[in-house]
Write a protein that binds this ligand. Structure first.
Ligand code: SF4
Length: 275
């Protein structure tokens, strides 16, 4: 055999001498499963009475640090080892995938795609059950919905605080670079539509299609360069008088003048035509 056998001392179960000496049986079983990929013998780990696992390095480059674990067992008063199980297990320096994280913890804002469904937990802290329910006919339900009633759950206090803090600290709050460079705040902008309810005093919706935040909730102290009063366009100046007058004419002699006759030009006290 020639392999150095190291017996793990981390378990109180005594290593079975017959099974410890059956490393060749374990190696042959591993070789049968993975021909050419079974390396040096790394040791044994007693599992139970007459049950023991031999460990071998793997030569598979894709599994660096992993070990072949061949479990042997024998029946009482039988000195023949039988192969129980062969598996490839990670060692201490094995390359492993990161720990699995549930999707609900992996989810990030913006991950939801078109057609995706995102269920909320029954005890989602952002939502609170509404205790006013509508049991009437369709017309009554429709009226209730128009009034904002009839939903099973609504934003809880925690959910509301979360939203306010998120909006205020984000790109739609007063500290956003575009707001710091704005000439005035949304509160004085004609495109600002205040929200209804308790958030009215702090937030509204931008309704300027040329603003980066069009259609988004913005704080009253947010702002941008598209503020309705940011730039007052001056009235168009009146055109200067023409340098060349192409409308007036001066008639001098020629066919449009008149030849001197019996009445002089200076004798014009009497009107022309009838007396
Ligand atoms: S146009 Fe600019 S200043 Fe006006 S509401 Fe929208 S984000 Fe605020």
């Amino acid at each position: 055999m020639g392999d150095t056998v190291r017996v793990s001392t981390s378990t109180p179960v005594a290593a079975d001498a017959v099974l410890v000496g059956a490393a060749d049986v374990a190696r042959a079983a591993a070789e049968e499963d993975a021909p050419g990929l079974v390396g040096e013998h790394l040791g044994v780990e007693p599992d139970d009475d007459r049950v023991l696992t031999h460990l071998f390095a793997t030569l598979d480059p894709a599994y660096r640090g992993w070990r072949w674990a061949v479990t042997l067992a024998r029946a009482p008063r039988v000195r023949v080892a039988t192969v129980d199980e062969i598996v490839l297990l990670p060692g201490e320096d094995a390359l492993l995938a990161p720990d699995w994280v549930p999707w609900s913890e992996r989810l990030r804002p913006g991950d939801l795609g078109i057609g995706d469904l995102l269920p909320t937990q029954a005890d989602d802290p952002r939502l609170a059950p509404t205790f006013l329910t509508v049991d009437g006919d369709d017309d009554e339900r429709e009226v209730a919905f128009e009034l904002g009633l009839g939903r099973r759950r609504m934003l809880s206090f925690d959910g509301r605080v979360d939203a306010v803090e998120r909006w205020y600290a984000g790109n739609n709050g007063p500290e956003a670079p575009i707001a710091r460079a704005a000439p005035a705040s949304c509160a004085t902008c004609g495109f600002f539509l205040p929200l209804s309810g308790a958030l009215r005093q702090a937030f509204g919706v931008c309704a300027n299609e040329y603003a980066p935040d069009d259609g988004k909730a913005v704080s009253v102290d947010h702002g941008c360069g598209a503020h309705s009063e940011a730039v007052v366009v001056p009235a168009s100046p009146s055109p200067p008088p023409p340098l060349i007058d192409e409308f007036g004419i001066d008639v001098v002699g020629g066919p449009f003048g008149h030849e001197p006759g019996s009445v002089g030009d200076s004798d014009n006290a009497e009107p022309f035509g009838h007396s």
